[in-house]
Structure formats: structure tokens, C-alpha cells
Write a protein that binds this ligand. Structure first.
Ligand SMILES: Nc1nc2c(ncn2[C@@H]2O[C@H](COP(=O)(O)OP(=O)(O)OP(=O)(O)O)[C@@H](O)[C@H]2O)c(=O)[nH]1
Ligand SMILES: *[C@@H]1O[C@H](CO)[C@@H](O)[C@H](O)[C@H]1NC(C)=O
Length: 331
């Protein structure tokens, strides 16, 4: 009996399958992130009309903390969040702090409202950066991280779902990780995992909880199963951690948190999860069904690109910390 035709058909099928999968990967992988020159400038209280060039993350830190707030159509939820943030900042005057509001092409005047806050608040420097086009939360956070001045950098949602005072819990965790860590690379992430059994989560719809369990299973396969809550929008980084991670970020969609934590793992950056308070705020822009499918797609893309070596952590982003930075982080 001649088996050659069967073998031939099988091999052709395999070749076809593999090339289609590879084509699909290239097709669905995000394009490299574009930054327009107007986005490398900010507006603020002292220069509300004439944008000023932003610094870059490779420059030395000049403030103690940068607060990165991604916003998209947030005129309703942002004011309360900003007020509690500013109140807390003013209670710790010795910590020099800036707020960066990265408006992601909102159509409801979020950027102008943010500028109003910048003008009213004399004690806190608020910088407003406007993205030309909506690029997703991940794109906005990345942009803010790469153009901030802080020795430590916090990303926080504009909806005020987290209690801003819990920053101090993350701050203390980072202090602990910092000790005996010569490069000061460390991350403290807020976690809502301890709330899973409480009313806040049980009240959520069955579909949402089901998707949550599916999501956690996938994360375990991906290699970030050790982080119990990857998606919490409250994460504090040291400047060196940001310098190493964010230039390597490719995903700009909801799932960018997972990529950031995966990069941290590849770079051997210590991450501590810190339980924080959380309450659901109405007006979420997350669509449970379509965004879940998109997340699944992006997780597969992330994994495949890492496995095939198309995306890697480039060694040249790993910087040696100038000694003057080491000596002044201890505050
Ligand atoms: N830059 C940017 N930010 C976005 C976009 N969509 C949502 N955000 C911001 O992401 C944060 C969280 O958005 P939500 O719509 O509350 O998402 P959520 O998943 O319901 O958030 P939680 O339930 O609070 O975890 C807010 O600061 C939004 O302004 C976007 O397309 N671009
Ligand atoms: C943002 O606001 C604009 C104008 O109000 C609207 O057209 C757009 O659909 C909004 N986007 C989202 C995601 O809510």
C-alpha cells in the first residue's frame, strides 16, 4: 500500500495551518504605538494655552511622586476623584507630587475640565496631556509613565473606585521591597482579591463572575497566576521599574496590566500585592462580552509573540541607576 499521498496531504495541511496561524498573529498583533509630537507637550496652570515640552522617563527624577490618571469621557466621575486625590496630597506636603492627566481623545471636554482643576489648585501641579486619538487605557497609562518626573509613579483610575489614601499602603510596601534592592526596581500593586467573598463582588452578575474564573485560569497558564488581582487600576512603580517595563509594552487595550506584570516577571522585578479598599462606581466603559473576547485575543497574541521571540525585553532598556538617585530614594 502506498502511503506517500496521505503523508503528502498531511504535511501540506500542517504547513498551511502553521502559516495561517502565523499570518493571523501578524494581522492581530497591535501596530507599534504612535506618539504624535503634540502629545509630547502638556498644558498646566501657568501655561494653559501654550503647550510645554514634556520630559522623558530616562531623565532624572525631579519630584517624589507622579500620579498618572488615564481619562476617557470622564467629566462626570473625574471631579470627585481629583478632589480626594488633591486632599490627600496636601496632607503630605513634604512629598513633592505632580498629577498627570492623560486625556485619551475624549469628546466630552475632559481635558478642559482637567485644566480648570489645574488652574484652581495652586499647591499641586497638574499637567494635562491630550492624546490626538483614543488609544485605549493601556496606551494612555504608558504615555503618562514615559513622560513623568516622579521617583515613584502611581497609575490610578479616574473613576475614584479605589480609596486614594491607600496609596500609603503601596508606598510602605515599596519601601520594604526597596530595602536591600540596589537598583530600586520594585512594584506594589493594589489588590481586590480579599474582597472576592464579600458583597461587592458577589453582587456582580453571574456572567461577570464566570468570566472572572475563566480569566484566572488563563492567567495561570500564561504565567502570572501568582498575582491574584492583575486588573486593579492602582499600581505603584519605582522609576527604574518604569524605565525597564514601559518602553517594552505593546498592548494598549484593557489587558495591558497583564503584559506589564509579565514583563516584570521576565525582568525579575519584585512585585508585592497589597489589599486595598474598592467600591464599584457606575459608568464603567467595560463591555463584558466584547471586551472579554478582545482580552482573550490579546492574551493569545501576547503569549504567541513572546514564545516566538517577536516581542522581547530588550537589554538596552535595563539601565544602571545613577548613584545620586539611589541616595535620594530613601524618603
Ligand atoms: N485613556 C483611556 N482611558 C480609558 C479608556 N477607557 C477607560 N479608561 C479609563 O480607565 C479607567 C477605568 O475605566 P472604567 O470604565 O471604570 O473600567 P472598569 O473596568 O469598570 O473599572 P473598575 O470597575 O473600576 O475596575 C478610568 O480611569 C477610565 O477613564 C480609554 O479608552 N482610554
Ligand atoms: C465619548 O463621548 C462622545 C461624545 O459624547 C461619544 O460620541 C462617544 O461614544 C463616547 N465614548 C464612549 C466610549 O463612551
Amino acid at each position: 500500500m502506498d502511503q506517500a499521498p496521505v503523508l503528502y496531504a498531511f504535511v501540506s495541511f500542517l504547513v498551511f495551518l502553521i502559516s495561517s496561524l502565523y499570518a493571523a498573529l501578524i494581522f492581530w498583533s497591535p501596530q507599534s504605538i504612535i506618539t504624535y509630537s503634540s502629545e509630547k507637550k502638556y498644558r498646566c496652570r501657568t501655561s494653559p494655552n501654550k503647550p510645554i515640552p514634556l520630559p522623558y522617563i530616562d531623565d532624572p527624577a525631579t519630584v517624589d511622586l507622579s500620579i498618572i490618571v488615564p481619562t476617557y469621557n470622564e467629566t462626570k466621575r473625574m471631579p470627585r476623584m481629583l478632589e480626594s486625590t488633591i486632599k490627600h496630597i496636601l496632607s503630605i506636603p513634604e512629598r513633592k507630587t505632580e498629577i498627570l492627566i492623560i486625556d485619551d481623545g475624549s469628546a466630552d471636554g475632559t481635558a478642559d475640565l482637567a485644566l480648570e482643576y489645574a488652574k484652581e489648585n495652586l499647591e499641586v501641579e497638574i499637567r494635562v496631556i491630550t492624546r490626538e486619538k483614543n488609544s485605549g487605557k493601556g496606551g494612555a497609562v504608558r504615555h503618562g509613565m514615559l513622560h513623568a518626573r516622579g521617583e515613584r509613579l502611581l497609575m490610578v483610575d479616574a473613576d475614584g473606585a479605589s480609596r486614594f489614601e491607600d496609596l500609603e499602603l503601596l508606598w510602605a510596601a515599596l519601601d520594604r521591597l526597596d530595602e536591600g534592592n540596589p537598583n530600586h526596581v520594585a512594584i506594589a500593586v493594589g489588590s481586590r482579591a480579599h474582597l472576592v467573598k464579600t458583597e461587592a463582588v458577589v453582587k456582580r452578575s453571574f456572567l461577570r463572575n464566570l468570566l472572572m474564573y475563566g480569566f484566572h485560569t488563563i492567567l495561570r497558564v500564561l504565567g502570572v497566576g501568582h498575582i491574584r488581582d492583575t486588573q486593579c487600576g492602582f499600581k505603584l512603580f519605582t522609576r527604574t521599574a518604569v524605565q525597564q517595563i514601559f518602553p517594552c509594552q505593546h498592548l494598549t487595550t484593557w489587558i495591558f496590566d497583564v503584559e506589564v506584570l509579565l514583563l516584570a516577571k521576565m525582568l525579575r522585578i519584585p512585585v508585592e500585592e497589597v489589599p486595598i479598599e474598592w467600591h464599584e462606581v457606575a459608568g464603567s466603559k467595560l463591555n463584558v462580552v466584547t471586551d472579554s473576547l478582545q482580552m482573550l485575543r490579546d492574551l493569545l497574541i501576547l503569549r504567541a509573540n513572546h514564545l516566538l521571540g517577536r516581542w522581547k525585553v530588550s537589554q538596552n532598556t535595563v539601565k544602571i541607576v545613577p548613584s545620586e538617585l539611589i541616595s535620594r530614594t530613601s524618603m
